[in-house]
Design a protein around this ligand. Sequence first.
Ligand code: 5AD
Ligand code: SF4
Length: 447
Amino acid sequence: MNRVYIKTYGCQMNERDSEAVASMLRGRGYSIVDSEVDADVVLLNTCSVRDQAEQKAIGKAGRLQRDKRRNKLQLLGVMGCMAQNRGRDLLASLPDLDLVVGTQKFHQVPDHLDNLLASLKGLGPRPSTIIDLEAEAGSQNTIRGHGAERKVTAFVSIMQGCNMKCAYCIVPKTRGEERARPMEDIVEEVRELAANGTKEITLLGQIVNHYGKREFPTVGGKSPFVQLLEKVHAVDGIERIRFTSPHPVGFRQDLVEAYRDLPKLCEYIHFPMQSGSDRILRAMRRPYSREKFLRIVEALRQANPAMYFSTDVIVGFPGETDEDFAQTVTLFDEVKFDMAFIFKYSVRSGTEAEEMGDTIAKEIKEARNQVLLERLEQWSTARNEALIGTVQEVLVEGPARKGEGMFMGKNRGNRKVLFPGNARQVGELVPVRIDRATTTVLLGESV
Ligand code: 5AD
Ligand code: SF4
């Protein structure tokens, strides 16, 4: 009765929350399994950022509810953003749910499962399905994301919530007010990870460069986030640092210089632009201009010419004209992104943009999406092909999915690299000469 499968939708923050729940459950004697077929308990960690993500999880929960009715499953729970945002509706439409846990109460999942399982055995009262959804700031910051198993790369949460008011975005509602985790806690977690063999960490927050703005002072012109980067950089054993996501607002010179001065900070940045039209940026309540965005990109390229850029773009925001979209395309072309996530606008109820309606036809959103995808493919392929003949430093993560003696790792630019290797190389930085490239993968031999 104690095999748990956790399925995660959405962003890296969710992946990290799922990892944290998994590690707490392991600590209680549960075993975490890789498939719902082998599980007694299924927990869905959900995402609300777009309708599609919600529909996927709702569909899944419906199918699992049927499994439960056929006794193939003991317990079914929904966690995370959708639970936070519309937990009560969920329970109304999926009455067999056993557990609804918002974004502030992940730490209560183990107790709750213990109680639920005890009640199934007749050893106690059945606990309420919904764990208090009223956000209680900061409570979740105390849980650590990791257990005893070694991970070559790990996510570390540095803050929760978001104080921006992007008109389209549900996150401030699902994740609450911005609040920082204490710097020393974060550094301690990184030290423990390093002691356990972790080589690469990704610092996670909705807007990492706003980290600790209210809690900690600027010292010597360095923001709390840059101070944190320096402290993490000083941890022995950590070879690579990444973070996601920064915001153009409050992206200052100290952070640009970190890319010049901190060798462990990988020259790859996920830098959401959302739109290239100043008019649309204003309507989105993204308080920066395309010029400002470009200036930061240029400053970063100056700090490190090898910089890789990734971004998020929304197409079809209400009122986006052909002219607005053309502006997005030119900004996209100017930066030549190596990677991008392109989203078709999706109305979220309770956001400011909800009132603007959904004015752009589906076909137009699709066409705009295609235009950007084609360009992305072009830039990404070009960047990969330019690496043929070079030797890339690859942090080896494990055997490649296809197997056959192939191993998978990433270069500093977050590009996937495949090469014939061996298990001893896992967790090592291995030089690989690249001899083939596709849009998404580099292939080569270790040298
Ligand atoms: N519709 C489409 N995309 C959205 N995003 C956030 N909210 C919406 C929405 N309502 C995108 C943004 C953000 C990414 C995580 O998801 O681009 O950066
Ligand atoms: Fe949402 Fe904007 Fe905050 Fe990002 S910065 S989480 S898009 S409100």
